[in-house]
Write a new protein. Structure first.
Length: 383
C-alpha cells in the first residue's frame, strides 16, 4: 500500500500524502481493525520510501524489516541487506546488526552474538580448505567459495560465519583467523601461535610410542622446538602463498572430504588391517587408531613439507606399533614405508597452496623438492 501510494504521489511530502489518504486510512480502519488506519498507512509510505529506487519489494519482509532498513543511510548497503534478509528469512534484528558491524574483525556484543547463525556449508568449506592448503585470504576464500558452490553466499553470511569461527578458534578441527598486513586470513590451527595447547602437537606423539602419550619426558622440549620451527615454517608458507596461485579445489570433493591422497590412504589402511582373524570390535578400534594417527601425520606433512626416508620409516613403525603390533617386522615395516611414501607424495603441502609433491613435479613448477622437516630426536628406544 505504501508503494502504491508512493507511485501515485512520488514527489509528494509525507505529511501531504497523509492528508490526501483519509479514504484509504478510513477503509483500513473500518475493515481491518483500529490498529490499521491513517497513521499506519503513513508509516507504510515512509518505509516504502526507504526502499532503493527501482528495487522490487520483497514479500518475505514485513514492516519491522522495512523499519530497520529505513535506518540504514547507505542506499547500496540498504539494497544488499534487503535482498539478503529476504533470501535468508532473517529476523529484522539481523538487519540492524549487519548495518552496525560490517567488518569481520568487528565484535558483536554477547547478546547480539547469540542471534548469529553460521552458514555450516561455508564453515565446512573453510575447515576443509585450511586442512588441505593451510592458509587463504578471506577475500580469496569468498571468491573461491562462490565460484564453485551450488548456492553463492553474501558477505553478510560470511561475516556471521567468521564471527562464529573466531569464537571457537583453537578447537581440534576448527580454522583460525589471522590479521596480517591489514588483511584477514583463514589459517590452520597449527599456524596460529595464539592457540594455547594446540591440539595438533605432532611432536607429542612422534617421539614416544606409548599410546597417545602427551606428557612424556620429551613434551616440553619438543613443544619449545615446535614453536621455533612453526615460526619459520609459517614465514615460508606465507611467502609461498603469495607466489603460487590459489588451489581451486572441487566443491563436492572438499566438502565430502575426498582428496588426492584418499585412495592411497585407503590402500595403506587395507594392507595394515586386512586380517580375517580380527574381530569386529578390535577392527573398529584399530581403524580409529589408524585414522587418528594418519590425520596427525598428514597435517604434519602439510605444515613441515616432505619428510626424509628415515622419517617415513619411523612413521611406518609408529603406525604398526600402535595399530598392528603383531605386524612389527622388518619386512612389514618396509612395505608400510613404501605405501606411506606414496601417501606423502600426494599430500597437500601448505607452502604451495595445497599442491602435492606429485602435482608440483608434474607441473614442473619447482626444482625437485628437498625434505624440509627438521631432523628427528633420537630413535625411539621404547620400540
Amino acid at each position: 500500500m505504501g508503494a502504491a501510494s508512493n507511485k501515485r504521489l512520488p514527489d509528494t511530502p509525507l505529511l501531504i500524502s497523509k492528508d490526501c489518504s483519509p479514504p484509504v486510512g478510513g477503509h483500513l480502519h473500518k475493515h481491518y481493525g483500529p490498529r490499521l488506519g491513517q497513521s499506519y498507512l503513513a508509516r507504510c509510505i515512509k518505509f516504502a520510501r526507504a526502499v532503493p529506487k527501482y528495487a522490487p519489494f520483497r514479500s518475505e519482509l514485513d514492516l519491522a524489516h522495512y523499519e530497520a532498513l529505513a535506518r540504514v543511510t547507505n542506499e547500496y548497503l540498504r539494497l544488499e541487506l534487503m535482498n539478503v534478509a529476504a533470501d535468508n528469512r532473517w529476523p529484522s534484528s539481523h538487519i540492524a546488526l549487519h548495518a552496525r558491524y560490517q567488518n569481520p574483525q568487528d565484535a558483536p556484543s554477547n547478546r547480539e552474538f547469540r542471534e548469529l547463525t553460521a552458514n555450516q556449508e561455508v564453515w565446512r568449506f573453510a575447515r576443509a580448505y585450511t586442512d588441505a592448503c593451510g592458509i587463504i585470504s578471506l577475500e580469496k576464500f569468498v571468491e573461491l567459495y562462490n565460484s564453485c558452490a551450488p548456492e553463492p553466499v553474501s558477505i553478510f553470511e560470511v561475516n556471521e560465519t567468521i564471527w562464529k569461527i573466531k569464537e571457537e578458534s583453537g578447537r581440534i578441527d576448527n580454522p583460525c583467523i589471522l590479521s596480517k598486513d591489514g588483511e584477514l586470513y583463514l589459517i590452520a590451527p597449527e599456524l596460529d601461535d595464539t592457540v594455547e595447547n594446540n591440539p595438533y602437537y605432532y611432536d607429542d606423539y612422534g617421539y614416544s610410542y606409548r599410546r597417545y602419550e602427551r606428557h612424556s619426558e620429551y613434551t616440553q622440549e619438543m613443544r619449545s622446538l615446535r614453536e621455533r620451527r612453526v615460526q619459520s615454517r609459517r614465514a615460508a608458507i606465507f611467502t609461498g602463498h603469495k607466489q603460487h596461485p590459489i588451489e581451486k579445489l572441487d566443491y563436492e570433493d572438499i566438502v565430502c572430504g575426498y582428496a588426492s591422497y584418499t585412495q592411497s590412504v585407503n590402500n595403506l589402511k587395507l594392507y595394515i588391517l586386512n586380517d580375517s582373524k580380527l574381530g569386529a570390535a578390535s577392527l573398529h578400534a584399530r581403524e580409529d587408531e589408524f585414522d587418528f594417527i594418519m590425520a596427525k601425520l598428514l597435517r604434519s606433512i602439510g605444515l613441515n613439507g616432505m619428510p626424509t626416508a628415515q622419517q617415513t620409516t619411523e612413521d611406518a613403525e609408529l603406525l604398526l606399533i600402535v595399530v598392528r603390533p603383531d605386524f612389527y617386522k622388518q619386512a612389514e615395516i618396509n612395505k608400510v614405508s613404501k605405501l606411506l611414501a606414496i601417501v606423502y607424495e600426494n599430500t597437500p603441502l601448505w607452502e604451495f597452496n595445497g599442491r602435492s609433491h606429485t602435482e608440483l613435479r608434474n607441473e614442473e613448477a619447482v626444482e625437485p623438492l628437498v625434505p624440509t622437516m627438521q631432523p628427528t630426536v633420537q630413535p625411539k628406544q621404547a620400540a
